[in-house]
Design a protein around this ligand. Sequence first.
Ligand code: ZN
Ligand code: ZN
Length: 190
Amino acid sequence: MTKPHRADTISNVAWKRAVDLCALAFWDAPISSAVKAVEIMRIRVADAVHLTGEQFPFEVSEEFAPQTYAERTVSFSEPVKVSGTYVYDSKAFTVSGRVETSVNSICALCTKEFVEPVEFTFTERFTRDESETDDETYPYSGDELVLDKAVLDNLFLQLSIASVCSENCKGLCPVCGVDRNVTECNCLTQ
Ligand SMILES: [Zn+2]
Ligand SMILES: [Zn+2]
């Protein structure tokens, strides 16, 4: 492994260092897995374990590295903000949240780059018992829930296959190729 080139940014707080070293490991890896963010979107839930059924509010915001999903690289143009509640039912945590961010997209009609807002809500369960972890739940350990994978899994499902820069986008002329939002042409396209 190459010498850590982000060493100067590593905080002197021990856990932060561990997280950053983890990031360095990812740094050199080829982009192949769906979830490549440093696992830092976390909520501490120690109190809720003793107060079964009570809803606790949370709010987190993190910058995600570009993610690869379905052969598309998803890069974020702003931090991913999540707010919502978590509740413990003596077996698992249920997290309900609202996600707000925006991603860099390319218009399927005019091929222009644009910033596409992404907003959605999700509800996911987190369980500590590995035997209960399946497609419907996410694992957690200790007294904190790491939301990265749950948030990204839900976010990928929200991305449209063909994003357009505006509902009025006129696209490219199929004959001469000009951007018809910018230039009018006299091609016969009918
Ligand atoms: Zn467009
Ligand atoms: Zn034309």
